[in-house]
Design a protein around this ligand. Structure first.
Ligand code: GDP
Ligand code: FO1
Length: 297
């Protein structure tokens, strides 16, 4: 199975799936449109969340960073007057340095990610959507800014007038993504932000066309007509898409099995199940039911 992922909702599901599927049965393609350079290092928040989840290192309270990590370097930099945009953990930073050293030597992001996965003991394939640079840019009355400036720097508060993905038109899916699309018959669109996480992956050249003969399963990130967390509703509204399961479904395109939460008022063709994953136990239950529904489909 090939899973399309952002950095929070889908990793919660991967936490359950990794216990039920053999590593060779589970591959993940990850959004990179929220990536940025900080203090000289390349940070790929969604890739890191997926890697940390599969390596059992993720901080399950925040769903970013490494559990038990400290911020000695970040705190020292702040004390020295360097305002790092994100609070980067010390062990997290070591991962960024590992990746960035490879990038500085001219290694592609997908190859650097493979090396990183191996060094963290991750057996599943974890692949960035592209080796090209794509950046989510949010247009607000306070100016046009990178996603992380909007979401972390300004706590997601400014009104969103528009949103676009700089570099996306020219970006190509990386070779490893294309190989996985060739090999896998089942594609799972995880419960991730349909605008900022799934949107860029599906918009890459040739991706939608390659889904035509696949079994495409999608789990909605909405529960009771609201996202569990994050700016999905605000971004969907800005794009004139209703912020609910109808809106999610309309953004995804071809889907053969659409899974919504029991509390959803979605009227279209779908299967209902509990999709809330607050604990490892819930992640396990949701993953198990999902696999059963896929086998029965
Ligand atoms: P990001 O990269 O951190 O924005 O993370 P994602 O795009 O992967 O995930 C954000 C989305 O996950 C939000 O729209 C949430 O509603 C959704 N989400 C978070 N937790 C859950 C959950 O337990 N169940 C479901 N169905 N969706 C969730
Ligand atoms: N999110 C925050 O809200 N505050 C932070 O200080 C922060 C630091 C951070 C460092 C590394 C990393 O991989 C992710 C980090 N995030 C932080 C999460 C990041 O902003 C995510 O991209 C978004 O939460 C949505 O994907």
């Amino acid at each position: 199975m090939l899973v399309l992922s952002g950095g929070t909702g889908t990793p919660k599901l991967l936490l359950g799936l990794k216990e039920l599927l053999r590593p060779e049965e589970l591959s993940v393609v990850v959004n990179t449109a929220e990536d940025l350079w900080i203090s000289g290092n390349y940070i790929s928040p969604d890739l890191d969340s997926v890697l940390y989840t599969l390596a059992d290192m993720i901080d399950e309270k925040k769903w970013w960073g490494i559990k038990g990590d400290k911020t000695l370097t970040h705190d020292s930099l702040i004390a020295m007057g360097i305002k790092e945009k994100l609070q980067v953990g010390d062990r997290d930073r070591a991962v960024h340095i590992f990746r960035s050293e490879l990038l500085r030597r001219g290694v592609k992001l997908s190859h650097a990610s493979q090396a990183l996965a191996e060094s963290l003991g991750v057996k599943q394939r974890v692949v960035p959507m592209t080796d090209d640079i794509v950046s989510t840019v949010v247009s607000t009355p306070e100016g046009v800014m990178h996603f992380q400036e909007f979401w972390v720097g300004r706590r997601g508060l400014p009104e969103v007038r528009d949103l676009f993905f700089a570099g996306l038109d020219a970006a190509l899916p990386c070779q490893a993504f294309l190989d996985l699309l060739e090999k896998e018959d089942t594609i799972l669109i995880g419960p991730s932000n349909p605008v900022t996480s799934i949107g860029p992956i599906l918009a890459l050249q040739g991706v939608r066309e390659r889904l035509a003969d696949k079994m495409v399963v999608a789990m909605s990130p909405f529960i009771g007509n609201k996202p569990v967390s994050g700016p999905a509703a605000k971004f969907m509204t800005a794009m004139n898409v209703p912020p609910n399961d109808e809106g999610v479904r309309s953004m995804l395109g071809k889907v053969d099995l659409f899974l919504v939460d029991k509390k959803s008022s979605y009227q279209g063709e779908c299967r209902r199940m509990s999709t809330l994953m607050r604990t490892r136990r819930e992640s396990g239950k949701v993953a198990k039911e999902l696999l059963e529904l896929i086998s029965a489909a």
